[in-house]
Design a protein around this ligand. Structure first.
Ligand code: GDP
Ligand code: GDP
Length: 435
């Protein structure tokens, strides 16, 4: 289930303030893209038991009025094409501007739900002024003060009401779903074509009914899997230029639909800030991850090149860096099959259910040899551990003082789980509960 809400509006109306409020304490991924865009933020919001992706389309540094308008139009068009719903933010303190009018005109024609949000309605005098925005012609108008938070509940209710309950039982739910994501030009389509070229036992193309991604079913190593492709899909993009926004929004969709993602990076360019954002988003979504360093053929190699490259990459991926990293060349067909094999292995790791007896035997021993630190004079005792029946490997540790177990010890436990049971490529979740 993938639901993505895009926040659009001209600069300074309060998009980013609202975005931060939506994500509350959750850390937003803030990424700096040089050039026209200020920064594009994306994250996962939660309300009324439902989760959805939020993208703040960012602001612009206008160098001329024409460029500026064109850029904003592009963003709005991509939001209309790609998002599930749109929050259109305007500013009560400025009233309706000509740019608001231009954006409203595009958005009124959208077939997606549009929520008009009049921001900076900090007091009742301003809510009287806000009524002018009904003139923009939207049915749903919300008065919000992103600063104080008032009105945000109403708009969130309206959004989450549209999100279907997670009942879409996928008929292919027990087949591994793998997606290929990465920046433009890293070799995603080439990789897909290479896999298609080598492997002749494609079972079927599962017609994308409502999805924007292509699901192709394969059988390799006696295993079925589905490759989710967004790379080749550019048909709907009426705007070629803002590929970066486009690829982010598509990548998020592909992530939501898959179990494991293959993050492809360009060996020469190295991992970018954008890649790291997607990587940490994938980790927070609990997806399995394999990192593929493509175009390895272009890198001049000495004895330790791969080793050093991997070390540096892991440093950048930290704290979650227990992931397989493969050096591939799609062009020279090096380790392409290995990439799929790895992804399937990560899928297995993600499915792993460790029996409680084995879990306790092994991990209690590790705890015995290195106890949690004493806090405020009392010993913290972990009594037993159990794996929870969740899609993402999650472990509950029962302890006398669960709140007194701090991050370093939590990390020790996670490392023990990884070392003893192999969760390579898989984010694991750890909870401490009172016993
Ligand atoms: P963006 O460019 O649309 O992302 O706008 P920002 O979130 O950066 O906000 C622009 C300015 O408006 C900042 O100075 C914010 O503090 C201010 N602002 C945002 N929301 C509100 C609000 O609800 N009330 C008031 N009074 N100011 C706000
Ligand atoms: P996408 O935008 O990520 O789908 O990237 P493409 O598959 O379209 O590839 C972008 C460019 O990189 C094309 O010119 C490819 O031929 C080239 N390319 C892809 N894989 C490799 C590789 O392993 N080595 C080299 N040297 N070039 C590659």
């Amino acid at each position: 289930m993938s639901y993505t809400v895009a926040i659009v509006g001209r600069p300074n109306v309060g998009k980013s303030t609202f975005f931060n409020r939506l994500l509350e304490q959750r850390k937003a991924i803030v990424e700096d893209t040089p050039g026209v865009t200020r920064d594009r933020q994306y994250g996962i919001a939660e309300w009324a038991g439902k989760q959805f992706n939020v993208i703040d389309t960012g602001g612009f540094v206008p160098d001329s009025k024409d460029v500026f308008e064109r850029e904003i139009r592009k963003q709005v068009q991509i939001a209309i094409d790609e998002a599930s719903a749109i929050i259109f933010v305007v500013d009560v303190t400025t009233g309706i501007t000509s740019l608001d009018d231009a954006m409203a005109e595009m958005l009124r024609r959208a077939t997606k739900p549009v929520f008009l949000m009049v921001n900076k309605v900090d007091n009742s005098a301003r809510s009287l002024e806000a009524a002018e925005f009904y003139g923009l012609g939207f049915d749903e108008v919300f008065y919000v003060s992103s600063m104080s938070g008032s009105g945000t509940g109403e708009i969130l209710d309206a959004i989450t009401n549209l999100i279907p309950e997670d009942n879409e039982e996928d008929q292919n739910s027990d087949i591994p779903k793998i997606c290929i994501i990465g920046q433009p030009n890293v070799g995603k389509s080439s990789l897909l074509n290479a896999l298609v070229g080598v492997e002749r036992t494609i079972v079927s193309d599962i017609a994308g009914t409502t999805r924007d991604t292509i699901h192709t079913r394969y059988n390799l190593f006696q295993k079925d899997f589905i490759l989710i492709d967004t790379a080749g899909l550019r048909r709907k993009a009426k705007v070629e230029e803002d590929l970066e926004f486009y690829s982010v929004i598509r990548a998020i969709k592909a992530l939501d639909e898959s179990d494991v993602c293959m993050l492809v990076i360009d060996a020469e360019k190295g991992i970018t800030a954008q890649d790291l954002s997607i990587y940490s988003l994938a980790a927070r979504k609990g997806k399995g991850i394999v990192v593929l360093v493509n175009k390895w053929d272009l890198v001049e190699k000495e004895t330790n090149t791969a080793r050093d490259y991997e070390k540096e990459l892991k440093r950048k991926l930290a704290p979650f860096n227990d992931v397989p990293i493969l050096f591939i060349s799609v062009k020279e067909k090096i380790r392409i099959m290995k990439a799929i094999e790895m992804a399937l292995e990560v899928y297995e790791n993600r499915q792993r259910k460790v029996p409680t007896s084995q879990l306790n035997e092994v991990i209690l021993k590790a705890i015995e040899s290195y106890h949690p630190p004493v806090v405020r004079g009392h010993a913290v005792r972990i009594k037993y551990i159990t794996q929870l029946p969740t899609a993402v490997p999650s472990f509950a540790f029962f302890a006398n003082f669960p709140d007194d177990i701090k991050t370093p010890y939590r990390n020790y436990l996670e490392n023990q789980l990884r070392e003893k049971f192999n969760f390579s490529g898989v984010p694991v979740r750890i909870y401490f509960r009172k016993k």
